[in-house]
Design a protein around this ligand. Structure first.
Ligand SMILES: [Zn+2]
Length: 126
């Protein structure tokens, strides 16, 4: 599928913003994570398949969740300013998620990492 802007996607598939589920204007990371991991998964606003991504749209009807499947999510994916672009940033995000998961599930998680700089590293969380 060709890349297109979010507006183009919404127009092309005639997504009715007023039918999207109401969302908090500034959802916390954990709210977003909960929404994309809780089963049954939310249906993609475009095709109805299980969603894999979610974002909040500020519409005339207020903030709304826009759930998208992988295909439709990638179609409109753009590098976000908050997205970590350095290896350190990505690893920091990964560690945060793993620590949170380990705490939530009461399990121990270990992470095996290899980087050009540091080689193999074993990390244990929880
Ligand atoms: Zn879809």
């Amino acid at each position: 599928m060709d890349h297109m802007s979010l507006d183009e996607l919404l127009k092309r598939y005639d997504v009715d913003l007023s039918t999207l589920p109401a969302a908090p204007a500034n959802p916390a990371d954990h709210e977003v994570r909960t929404r994309i991991t809780t089963k049954p998964l939310q249906p993609c606003a475009v095709c109805g398949q299980d969603s894999a991504t979610v974002r909040v749209l500020i519409t005339d009807h207020g903030p709304r969740w826009l759930d998208l499947c992988w295909d439709h999510g990638w179609t409109v994916a753009e590098p976000s300013p908050q997205m970590p672009t350095t290896t350190e940033g990505i690893l920091a995000d990964l560690r945060e998620v793993i620590t949170e998961l380990a705490a939530k599930t009461g399990t121990k998680a270990s992470l095996k990492l290899w980087t050009d700089k540091a080689g193999w590293q074993d990390e244990h969380h929880g």
